[in-house]
Design a protein around this ligand. Structure first.
Ligand code: GDP
Length: 445
């Protein structure tokens, strides 16, 4: 699609951050520079790029750090959120009139995909239980009316077309009559397809303005081809200042050109993107969700899910308490169990690991191995008395046998867990000592 190159580049830039313990301002500047180049190469309008980069830098350098995330994840999170913002934030639903019929007017340059979109939108609305009527008010292009009739037939939606007596040659009249027809036949939504030219011209703009004035639409959707690059921004500005519009539809997102227009149009015009088209078939159409599009562009849908879950389930206090105990060698099996349960709340371990880039192939083995292993550890710790969990040193041979029997495992499994726990505790304590108190126990809140 139109974002593949941008997506590849952003993914590479952000993956370059992985494994860094912390990011210096210089690291952030370098990353910001690379993101800037990636956006400019994708044809995103300069003012949009500038604003975007400034925000990412400011946030990445600011105090906005979340302890559940490592520095690389924090930057991914920020870039993702700023992408969502540039794309409009919340999903914007279609505004419909309280008293039907609602009128939706489509405007845009010729070839943008308006007529195709009219069919897609009609079919989609029908699927939502509406009874749309298509109105062929594009009398400029020779085939436009026939094309809309073909599209309407495929969508199973009737088309109101100019005929002698209902406004041949006069798009304003056709539009007006179309609305009357919708009222008479109880259609709850009217889609008015208007004329486009190859370039913006005064006559075309005036015609659109006249139609808008005549039909008083609930929505004017500006249809724009995501493949046309920088020029889309100029066209969008001209339409905004001319006929004006209430929302944007992006078409040809399946194309292989650079889709910077798609990323610029919302910010430049201040109007939200409502729908997206990504193919020639009527089904290739969907509501535009800024958040989904952003994570598609970042190509890190799964990582973003992981980040979200980590944020949701991360209990700062509990983690700090455990870290403190860990550093002083006081961690108990009870703490250990608590931590394990907190992590497992996020979902099956294999899913979590599978979300990490590159883990895909190992997924099945991970699923088998880790879930069973974790279940066993959980069962063993649960089979211990509170005193045993608190001070594993008291777990002698007879206690081990009792725990093994009680939790349905072998004595060697219990031995294994207890020994590993002691090893880990010793190692962590000595590490903490060497690092001179480094650790998440210092609150950054
Ligand atoms: P209009 O002049 O604005 O009414 O544009 P059309 O609806 O006639 O579309 C122009 C061309 O673009 C046609 O060949 C359509 O099949 C094609 N088209 C429209 N939308 C899409 C899309 O989302 N993806 C692709 N690949 N082609 C599209």
């Amino acid at each position: 699609g139109v974002f593949s190159t941008l997506s590849d580049r952003l993914t590479t830039v952000l993956q370059g951050l992985r494994g860094k313990g912390r990011l210096s301002d210089a690291d952030i500047d370098a990353t910001a520079r690379e993101i800037r180049v990636a956006l400019l190469e994708a044809d995103v309008a300069l003012p949009v790029v500038r604003g975007f980069i400034a925000k990412v830098k400011e946030r990445a350098k600011g105090a906005e750090v979340h302890q559940a995330l490592n520095p690389a994840q924090q930057v991914v999170k920020i870039v993702n959120e700023e992408l969502v913002n540039v794309l409009g934030g919340e999903t914007r639903r279609l505004n419909l009139a309280k008293n039907p019929p609602s009128v939706i007017m489509l405007a845009g340059l010729q070839g943008a995909g308006k007529t195709t979109l009219a069919g897609k939108l009609a079919k989609w609305l029908k699927g939502q239980g509406h009874t749309p009527l298509l109105v062929a008010a594009d009398l400029q292009r020779p085939n436009a009316v026939t094309q809309l009739q073909v599209v309407g037939e495929r969508a199973g939606v009737p088309v109101f077309a100019p005929e002698p007596g209902n406004g041949v040659g006069n798009p304003v009249e056709v539009s007006r009559r179309g609305i009357e027809e919708a009222k008479a036949k109880q259609h709850d939504i009217v889609l008015v397809d208007t004329a486009g030219r190859l370039g913006v011209d005064e006559e075309m703009m005036q015609q659109a303005i006249d139609i808008r004035a005549a039909v008083n639409p609930d929505e004017v959707l500006f249809v724009v081809d995501a493949m046309v690059g920088q020029d889309a921004v100029n066209t969008a500005t001209a339409f905004r200042d001319g006929v004006g519009f209430t929302g944007v539809v992006l078409t040809k997102l399946d194309g292989d050109a650079r889709g910077g227009a798609a990323l610029s149009v919302r910010e430049i015009t201040g109007q939200p993107i409502l729908f997206a088209s990504n193919g020639e078939k009527l089904e290739d159409f969907d509501v535009f969700h800024p958040d989904r599009m952003a994570s598609r562009i970042l190509g890190m849908g799964d990582v973003l899910t992981l980040i979200e879950q980590a944020e949701q389930h991360f209990d700062q206090e509990q983690a700090e308490k455990a870290a403190q105990k860990l550093h002083t060698g006081q961690l108990t099996l009870e703490d250990f169990l608590e931590q394990m349960l907190a992590i497992r709340k996020m979902g099956p371990i294999a899913n979590l690991l599978g979300m990490l880039p590159g883990a895909g192939q190992m997924k099945d083995q991970l699923a088998m191995l880790d879930e069973k292993h974790l279940d066993r550890i959980q069962a063993i710790i649960r089979g211990m008395t509170p005193a045993e969990r608190d001070d594993p040193k008291i777990i002698n041979a007879s206690r081990r046998l009792r725990i093994a029997n009680g939790s349905g495992v072998k004595v060697s499994d219990v031995n294994d867990l207890v020994n590993r726990f002691f090893d880990a505790r010793k190692m962590m304590a000595s590490m903490a000592g060497r690092m001179g108190g480094y650790g998440p126990s210092k609150s950054r809140k």
